[in-house]
Design a protein around this ligand. Structure first.
Ligand code: PMP
Length: 398
């Protein structure tokens, strides 16, 4: 098996960045291949947390002394930082709300905002083969409105068979003037496919609100809310190099009612916000488009190697298996199954060789996979050597 060459021009860049992750360099015998679950943190993020807690820790928007003012500034600055990171060129019209992560962000939209948009007989589009966090909240809104006598129709998001990309033509046929809300995903957490969200606007027309679960996109792939013409972007800071509990909802505020999460919001996760600001700065300096190229190339190296191993099935778009494929749309996630070995057992065996992967049902909705699988998910700290080592262990188990 001849391994394809991974972005040669990025090797020196990547070595320098990898060296900034203490947990990675501290355990050279292990390979962390579970970044879709959560990412590791660079020293800049750890330092920002330490600096915040040792120089400015206070509550936000509640005090008049220096530490409180600094904390308030941090939270306001990071709202703008998030908008800029998402390519929002008109941040004065949008809003950023901090949440504990994607799950809580999507649930907040479903609970506090969506009921104000919908009227009896409206339709919502729900992606039944995506992450449960992007399915359950919308169904709960429907149940809640049904109790009040408001009937909402759920339209199943159509998928293309084989690739699991959204089928935008079928979506255009299913959508109509009563389609008010579309829940979609930026990068699929099982198949690793970029879901071509830019096609959704054309399929559903100019009025529908598009809400994007970008948990696997932000920090991995460049994202422009203007290019995609979406109305909400929701993500988890912990998957984008920041601390757990540091997610955000970005809201365009132009279609439907304004997004103003209800109730007394309490103390924000200021330490998480400090980590998020540092993580976004770090990612911008590293260059998200280079992070994307690196991780996409590693994924292609893995799928290319797996092509020679008949014992394994790779889930998702088969065309993206070739490293030189012009239709390569797979991002840094490769999910596989051994045709004879249970995925839970395979995950266990891989860990005995030092590989940390996810092996279970991956929180996918009922329209997706019926059996477990092993997911290999990458970030900028992963290397060609780790992929080659993984391939040789997989080959020995074939
Ligand atoms: N959506 C997608 C696509 C995800 O991959 C995940 C995490 N696996 C979530 C939502 C939920 O994220 P969190 O647990 O950070 O709320």
């Amino acid at each position: 098996m001849t391994a394809p060459t991974t972005c040669e021009d990025l090797r020196a860049w990547q070595r320098e960045l990898r060296a900034q992750f203490p947990i990675v360099t501290g355990h050279p015998e292990l390979a962390y291949l579970d970044s879709a679950a959560t990412s590791q943190k660079p020293r800049a993020v750890l330092d920002a947390v330490q600096a915040y807690l040792t120089t400015s820790n206070a509550n936000a928007a509640r005090g008049t002394y220096t530490w409180a003012n600094r904390t308030t500034d941090l939270v306001e600055r990071t709202r703008e930082r998030v908008a800029r990171f998402l390519g929002d060129t008109r941040a004065e019209r949008s809003a950023v709300h901090f949440t504990s992560g994607t799950t809580e962000g999507l649930r907040t939209i479903a609970r506090d905002w969506l009921p104000g948009l919908l009227r009896d007989g409206d339709q919502i589009v729900v992606p039944g083969a995506d992450h449960r966090a992007n399915i359950e909240p919308w169904l709960e809104t429907r149940r809640q409105l049904a109790r009040e006598g408001v009937r909402i129709h759920v339209v199943e998001m159509p998928y293309q068979s084989g690739s699991w990309d959204y089928d935008h033509r079928a979506l255009a046929e299913r959508a109509g003037p009563r389609t008010r809300f579309v829940a979609a995903t930026h990068v699929h957490h099982v198949y690793g496919g970029d879901m071509n969200v830019h096609r959704i606007r054309r399929a559903v027309g100019p009025e529908a609100v598009i809400c994007l679960d970008a948990a696997q996109g932000v920090g991995h792939v460049p994202l422009s809310v203007d290019d995609l013409d979406v109305d909400f972007v929701v993500f988890s800071g912990h998957k984008a190099l920041a601390l757990p509990g540091s997610g955000a909802v970005w809201a365009r505020q132009e279609r439907g009612p304004r997004f103003t999460p209800g109730g007394w919001s309490g103390t924000p996760n200021t330490v998480g916000v400090a980590s998020l600001e540092a993580a976004l700065d770090w990612l911008d300096a590293a260059g998200v488009e280079r992070v994307e190229r690196w991780t996409v190339d590693l994924a292609a190296r893995l799928t290319e190697g797996l092509r020679g191993l008949d014992a394994y099935e790779v889930l998702g778009c088969p065309l993206s298996l070739a490293a030189d494929s012009a239709v390569q749309r797979r991002r840094g996630i490769v999910t596989l199954r051994h045709r004879a070995v249970d995925s839970g057992d395979l995950g266990f065996v891989l860990f005995s060789h030092g590989f940390m992967v996810r092996s279970d049902h991956l929180c996918q909705g009922d329209a997706g996979e019926r059996t477990g699988s092993v997911r290999v998910s990458l970030h900028v700290y992963n290397t060609e050597e780790e992929i080659d080592r993984l391939l040789s262990v997989l080959a020995s188990l074939a």
